[in-house]
Design a protein around this ligand. Sequence first.
Ligand SMILES: Nc1ncnc2c1ncn2[C@@H]1O[C@H](COP(=O)(O)OP(=O)(O)OP(=O)(O)O)[C@@H](O)[C@H]1O
Ligand SMILES: [Mg+2]
Length: 522
Amino acid sequence: MGMGEIWGGMGSTIATAMFLYAMFQQYCPAMPYQFQMIYSRWFANLFNPCISISFYEYTGERYQRNQVYVDIETYLTSNSSQLARRLKADVVDDSKDLVLSMDDYEEITDIYQGVELCWASCQTVSTNQTISLYATDASERRYYMVSFHNRHRKLVTEEYLKHVREQGKKMKIENRQRKLYTNNTAENWSGHQSKIMWSHVAFEHPSTFQTLAMDPVKKKEIVDDLMTFSKGKGYYAKVGKAWKRGYLLYGPPGTGKSSMVAAMANLLDYDVYDLELTSVKNNNELKKLFTEVSNKSIIVIEDIDCSLDFTGQRKEEKEEDGNEIAKNEENSGDDSKVTLSGLLNFIDGLWSCCGEERLIVFTTNHVKKLDPALIRRGRMDKHIELSYCCFEGFKVLAKNYLDLDSHPLFETIQSLLQKTLMTPADVAENLTPKIVPWDVETCLNNLIETLKKVKEEERMKAEKESKPTTKEANTVLRKIKKKLMSIRHLECLDPINLRNYMQSRLHMSEIILQVSVPNDRD
Ligand SMILES: Nc1ncnc2c1ncn2[C@@H]1O[C@H](COP(=O)(O)OP(=O)(O)OP(=O)(O)O)[C@@H](O)[C@H]1O
Ligand SMILES: [Mg+2]
């Protein structure tokens, strides 16, 4: 049937209906108002059985985007790039790729369970000239409108819209550009908006657990622990604990603590909040910062021992009196400082449960300096030591840097690594090619040479430390002379007895005795 015939048929149907409606009204003028309404709706439905629902970008007084609108936008973005003919491209804050979405006043048709749904991207433009404080111009209100046949009303309202939102949320997480945040000083906050409290850049650190050089058994244990945590929503709710976990990473500089934080974020697909405690003035500011941290994130405090006064001095104070820390903080009258109790409150106090699925990571080079209260289990649930490079770690680095699984020189490197302390950072640096073109032998030999040099330096250092200096030897000699003067019965001791006597009484080493005790009594 051609279009002309369809329009012709529809025209005669409309004319008949209008005629019937006019007759009906003429002969039944006294029909109650409700009946009139029902019949007029019936007539309207007969010719326009279409229902439409609108979803506005901003609703009421809210200055945040309507979440339903955002979900629909994400859902339509994936469909519209294939179906719409007019698209607009944008770099969206949260997305890692360029986002293509339907242009204004464009329409696409989505199909769900065989039902056609027509989506349109619309705008109302008000003629009122208003000045808006909100993120969007109040005179332009954007919205999406979905239209469908009345007979699918139930399917759409009960199933389809739910499906759209779920898919939109899922796509958003998949396309999300993860971020690395750092806290701003309070002077730069304005209106307590999270965007001002934390600045961010895109988080694109390449470190993963595959590229981390460490003992493979330990590595697997950490990965298992993290995966169990990320799937533990139900478990944490059941045991009545906030869904968070603390990690303490400690070890010498260059052993991979920061690299591990990045690997954790990449494994779990979390954002990273690098909290610089020295720019937080007091506990109140800290509270505000914590409450603005999003879920699925890692809060990391690097070099916690250098951050604030959480270290040895406090430890001693606490050891003398269990309540000392709280007392000191209360009495100091100085509310312009972040205190240990303030920090602990966010780690496992009442405030720790605002937000979920969060890791709190502390890194330090000096674990012994830290206050035990800060790192006890339950606060820092897992303590991970990152140490000098072992042979297994070297193999990971050889694979990363030289794409090498094995080589005859590996054996030499293995035996040298057993006797030498070298950080993964130093091993990595020695493996890095320095000239073009490069070859693996040169890189491995570089490492071997450096390892030998370090080993020799360590040997010389140890030797030097074991020998007393001239000054030390003279001091000891003076002490011995003084002691000898006071020993009355010295004459009756032969040299061997004298040596034993001095060893037991003076606790002096064999070397010193050799220096200071003559072979004969003269
Ligand atoms: N375990 C490791 N596995 C792989 N690479 C490592 C490892 N440790 C260090 N590196 C390399 O050395 C560099 C420095 O490492 P990283 O910053 O993670 O050390 P760190 O322990 O955090 O040091 P610091 O205590 O000084 O902060 C990294 O960029 C990485 O290339
Ligand atoms: Mg570091």
